[in-house]
Every structure is written in structure tokens, then in C-alpha cells.
Write a protein that binds this ligand. Sequence first.
Ligand SMILES: [Zn+2]
Length: 473
Amino acid sequence: MKVYNSLTRRVEDLSPLEGNEIRLYTCGPTVYNFAHIGNFRAYTFEDVLRRVVQFNGMKIRQVMNLTDVDDKTIRGANAAGVALTDYTKTYKDAFFEDLKKLNVQPAEVYPAATDHIPEMIALVQKLMEKGVAYQSEDGSVYFKVREFPGYGKLAHIDFDNQRTGLRCAADEYDKENVGDFALWKAWEESDGPVGWDSPWGRGRPGWHIECSAMSMKYLGETFDLHTGGIDNLFPHHENEIAQAEAATGKPFVKTWMHCAHLKVNGEKMSKSAGNFFTLRDLIEKGYTGREIRYVLINAHYRTGLNFAFSALEDARKSLARIDACVEQLGGCKVEKPEGCGADNAPEWARKCLEDFAAAVNDDLNIPSAFAALFDLVRQTNAHVEEIKQSSNQTVKQSVLSVFRRMDEVLGVIFFGNEKKAVEIPAEIQALLDARAEARKAKNWAESDRLRDEIAAAGWAVKDSKEGQTCTRK
Ligand SMILES: [Zn+2]
């Protein structure tokens, strides 16, 4: 398995530093709002990454932090007049629901920043002892960038020779040396009830220290892999390296991977441009998590992804083609019988799987992997008569196993309930349930009344032997 390492700027082998397990840290969401599809591009990229690690027989231990204290969460909670934990809980829950809709495998640990304040204070203390941090007059504690010689190695910026670069950033900073960043922020009135006691007075941790403290707690002082969106690379990840390596004197992370931006209809996503979408917005429009996942992963992670509605329509068609093909082999529900694995598949199917494996191991070339999948679809369709006529089930099952094997990485074929075209909202489902009850009781007047109520809300009900089916009108 080869991946592009942002630190060395080379494509390198990814193999575990210890045992057979890749230890992966992924910067998670700030839980002040519903995550948007740009965020989910990064989370689905990380999902594919962890799936490819497992596809290759390695284990994975993934940690994803939840930033539940920062300017935005505090502002939101105070504006809503609720406790910070209550405010962030809504968005934490929403985040996990969204990940499920996109068939993202859960990380092994989701540490929340507010549960790890002592670990962060301990790390800041260590940096103070090492002389790479100082408390300024405003009470906040800063990292002294000039005391860490490797600063800039991830972003490939030579800070000693780039004074202009530093001056450009000066407006954003409020401390003695422009590049220094906050490890601990002193309490301000706008923080309201949010704050923790520390050796430097009441305050809260900076964002960067959160990731260094929690990654090292769960993955060790040196670990395999750290990822995020490209906009996390500088300064966030550069600062994570500085904090961790200045504290431990050891290399922090071997491989860094970053995924590129997402644009919508060719433009940067923004609320003012009217092209800002959360996952929920797209599901409201009638697209499924499965279709959205398909579009999000079907571009190389290091190239910009242009998210367009036409791509969602194409995804729907492509998925229908895959479904129709898999259906001929007995469909998604067939359990894999013993001895019918991908290894027993006909040569043409094994060749598709080889191409697929080569693609995913070539720095996660998912577009090529999809090409191998569609090659399998084409070849299966071409061989379908001989598959059906084969006297034993082995051929059919083994080809199905090849689809399954590919889907271990893609996660778009065997998608469970998400296959239905539209998600039915809870209030409509409640009406449907009531209508099913009414029909059971042969109360046709009530059944018709509920049908009209459902119709008025924009949904159409059809009755069949199997029960009701409901579609958006
Ligand atoms: Zn982070």
C-alpha cells in the first residue's frame, strides 16, 4: 500500500511502525453546527483510507477528536443561553447520524476536548518547563515558534528566510512574536461560564494543543498516520508537530495525508453564494447517503472535487447498474458460503480484483478502482448466461464475493436500508404507521384521511400486498 506523504512530499510505503496495526489520527469536527459536504469529503476520504488499510490485512486504530470548546461553540452556546455541553451535544449526535448515513465506519475512539483538559494542561506545563512556551501579559500561554527549529517542515516553509510571510500573517495575531500561537487562552468575559482552572489562571485550551494531547494519549508519542483537510496543514498540523516534538523530543507522526478542497458547481462553497450544503440539505432534496458517498469518494483525494447535482444523478444511474448486476448473482442478501470466496472466482473476475487492488494501493486511486468495478459489472453481464447455467452455485457465489471484496473499500454496494431512494421523515413515518394500523382495523375512512394528510405534506402512498410504499410526489 503506497500513499503520498505531505511531510516528505513523496509516495511511500505505508506499513505499521509496530505490529500489524496502523495508528491513525484524524482531525474531527468542531461541533457548533451541522457538518457540510466539504467536511464530509475529508471524513469519507479517511473512511476509504482506513478501509484500504484493512483490505490489505492490517488492523487500524483510528482516533477522531470532537472540538467541543472554542470561540464558535462558546459563542453559539452563550447566544442560545444554554450550557456548552448541551449546545454541543446536539451537533455531536447529528454528526454521528450523518456518518452513519454515509456508511462511514466508526473510529475506534472519539475523544471530546472537554474530557481531556488535564492532559492538555500537562502538555502545556511540559512545554513551559522546556522553555518553549511563555505566559504573556494578557494571561494566555503561547508557544515560542523560534525555539522549535523544525517549525515549517510540514508546510515546507523556511521561516528563518521568510520574514515577509510572517509579517503578512501579523494582523491575525496578538502576541509578542507574530508566529507564536496560543496553547492556553486566558478567560475573557465573552467566555461566560466556560473555563477551567490551570497553573496560569482560569481559561481554556487552544485548538492545536487539543489534537497533540489527545493523539498522543490514545496512539502514543510516535504514531503512523495523521490526516485532515488541506486547510488543516498550516498552521494547525504544523503546530501539532511543534507542540508534540518539542515536548517529547521524538518524531510525532511518520506519514501525513491531506485531502484537497471541495467546490460546488465550480465555485467555493459559501452561504452567500447560495451553494452551501450540509448533508441534511442534500437528503432533504431527495438524494441518498449512498449517492452522496459515491460522489464524495469518486475523485482522487489529492485533486479538487467539483460537487455538482449532475454528479448525483450520474451516481444514481451508476449504482442502479451495479445493483442490477449484483441482483443477477442473487443480490445483496446472499450469505457467503464456505469455499466460494473471491479466490475461487473465474479468471476474468480475479483480474478485475487485481486491478482494483492495484488502484487502491496506488495512493488511493479510487476513480481507477471504480473503473475496475465497472469492468467487473461488464464482464459479469457478458458471462451471465454461463454463470446462471453452471450446475453448482460456486461460480455465482465467487463472483459475488469479488463484488463484496471491492465493497469492503468502497462501501456503496451492500448499503443496507439506505438503498431506498428517499429517506422518509419521522413525521411522515408516524402517519404511515397510523395508516397501517387503520387499515389493519379495516377503518377505510381513517386510512383515506391519513393518505390525504400524507399527500398534503408532499408524499404519495401506494398499497400493495407487501404493505404501503411511500414516495416523494
Ligand atoms: Zn487537529
